[in-house]
Design a protein around this ligand. Structure first.
Ligand SMILES: Nc1ncnc2c1ncn2[C@@H]1O[C@H](COP(=O)(O)OP(=O)(O)OP(=O)(O)O)[C@@H](O)[C@H]1O
Ligand SMILES: [Mg+2]
Length: 506
């Protein structure tokens, strides 16, 4: 007897349809799984057998061959358990075989027959809709996440015996509803007002947030670089619905989703010992790296100069293109990577103020060389920080400092202006405009134009650097509510670029 059930395999962050076919015939009772399964999928045979028997269903004592088609696609993980068990139920006539064609299924089985949640439920639901299925059966814990996709009826099921009842038409669960976003966690308590002084750095942070620009903070230890960077998400506007779906999709595949629609932008802060594959993505079956997990949010690289050269160089292409393609064997997967880069580092290895510095010229040059010219050229803003005066540090809470909510209001208004201007364009913020969009949307008056020409004399600018100054100036004008970019906007943008070119020249 033959039966076939539809399920999905995750490749990169996309789900691809897999047909689980089963053939049953008389012979020695063996259960073989073919179609490029990894060790985890082959183990499913034991779980399926035990789950069926412990659910009061039959495991046929016949020769069973399961094929996972297309056989060219590598299958990994436990999410094929449910499709295999349902195929056995159909093949052995325990449920009507016609009923199987209505559903796509996905889930891991425990030996008792209960269903365990799997990674990537949202990706699976997108795959089911793309493949034309109208009903998707998933473990109950995954139902809220999968139900975020419109156009597919998601049914959350607790156990294998309930699925048998459903396919026999004896039980009809209510379609799952999307789960409400999780309550905001204690991270929310981080507020920009906690940081005393550092007006320049706060301004740089606001501009970076206003247009999605990359920012490097350079300064001695303990001045508040990490503290400032960790507050960036508090001044960013919340993600739109489509952006939240993208974030939940990626985090779901990586096993980081809590099953609800993401309510805030991701903030990823990998340690500097991370491998290039961990940062950019990779592995035998490519997994998303930190830059992809930070998509639509922030990638914070603390102690930038301590990251390996290979990791830093690997970042250059995704930072420019907003996506990364990884090829392994015959297959290429593509990961989105539109993240804001915020970085921090000391000015030299001993990290003391200039007049107390113990480093030799050679030490300093070696330290600077770790941050290659091309990487520094991609930094829109470079902001030097110095120690906050003791009187300012001693000031009480709320003294003179703006709260995150006030800054966020300005950032949100600037982002709305960009959304209107960039409507119909591929860019989502000023920082992601390409060369042509930059020239079209950055309106320069005569004064601003001549100020930029003057600037070329003071700050050595590459073609990319010039475009970056224009985009930065556009964001500064958006934050100030100005339709056209003024000469002062160009001056401020150039002042933040100066740091970048100095470090490139060092
Ligand atoms: N401007 C400031 N206002 C208030 N607190 C500050 C400020 N600067 C530093 N601090 C205090 O010092 C602590 C250390 O700051 P932080 O970790 O941000 O320093 P850093 O510049 O990242 O240092 P390092 O280069 O060693 O990583 C903070 O947690 C905070 O308590
Ligand atoms: Mg730090």
């Amino acid at each position: 007897m033959l039966a076939s059930v539809a399920t999905f395999a995750i490749e990169g962050i996309e789900s691809l349809e897999v047909a689980v076919e089963i053939d049953m015939r008389r012979g020695l009772p063996v259960f073989t799984v073919v179609g490029l399964p990894d060790a985890g999928v082959r183990e499913a045979r034991e779980r399926v057998r035990a789950a069926l028997l412990n659910s009061g269903l039959e495991f046929p004592l016949q020769r069973l061959t399961a094929n996972l088609a297309p056989a060219s696609l590598r299958k990994a993980g436990p999410s094929f358990d449910l499709a295999l068990a349902v195929a056995v139920l159909g093949g052995s006539g325990q449920v009507p075989r016609e009923a199987l064609t209505n559903y796509a299924v996905c889930g891991e089985l425990s030996l008792s027959g209960a269903l365990r949640p799997v990674h990537g439920a949202l990706a699976v639901a997108f795959g089911a809709r793309r493949a034309g299925y109208t009903k998707l059966l998933v473990p109950e814990e995954n139902a809220g996440e999968a139900a975020l996709v419109e156009g597919v009826e998601v049914l959350g099921v607790p156990s294998l015996d309930r699925i048998a009842d459903l396919l026999r038409g004896r039980w009809q669960p209510a379609p799952a509803r999307p789960r409400a976003p999780a309550a905001r966690d204690s991270d929310d308590e981080l507020d920009l007002a906690d940081v005393r002084g550092q007006a320049d750095a706060k301004r740089a942070l606001e501009i970076a947030a206003g247009g999605g620009h990359s920012l490097l903070m350079v300064g001695p230890p303990g001045v508040g670089k990490t503290m400032l960077a960790r507050r960036i998400t508090s001044i960013l506007p919340p993600p739109t619905f489509d952006e939240a779906l993208e974030i939940t999709h990626i985090h779901g595949v990586a096993g980081l989703s809590d099953g609800c629609l993401a309510s805030r932008r991701p903030f990823r802060a990998p340690h500097h010992t991370i491998s290039p594959a961990g940062l950019i993505g990779g592995g035998a079956s490519p997994r998303p790296g930190e830059i992809t997990l930070a998509h639509r949010g922030v990638l914070f690289m603390d102690e930038l100069a301590e990251f390996s050269r290979a990791a830093l160089e690997g970042l250059r292409q995704p930072l420019e293109d907003g996506c990364i393609e990884i090829t392994r064997g015959q297959r290429t997967v593509s990961f989105p990577a539109e993240a804001m880069l915020i970085a921090a580092c000391n000015s030299c290895p001993c990290a003391r103020p200039r007049h107390e510095c113990l480093c030799t010229e050679a030490d300093r040059a070696r330290y600077s060389r770790r941050l290659s010219g091309p990487l520094m050229d991609r930094m829109d803003l470079v902001c030097p920080l110095s120690t906050t005066p003791p009187l300012e540090l001693a000031a009480g809470p709320g003294a003179s400092s703006e709260t995150s909510a006030t800054v966020r209001a300005r950032v949100s208004a600037a982002r709305e202006r960009q959304d209107e201007r960039l409507n119909g364009c591929a860019a989502v913020s000023n920082a992601t405009m390409d060369g042509a969009a930059t020239r079209r949307h950055v309106g320069l008056g005569a004064a601003a134009r001549s100020r930029l020409l003057e600037g070329h004399g003071r700050v050595p600018l590459s073609g990319r650097g010039r475009d970056r100054v224009l985009r930065l100036a556009r964001t500064i004008a958006d934050l100030g509510g100005r339709e056209r970019v003024s000469a002062e906007d160009i001056d401020e943008a150039l002042s933040f670029r100066l740091g970048a070119s100095e470090r490139v020249a060092a």
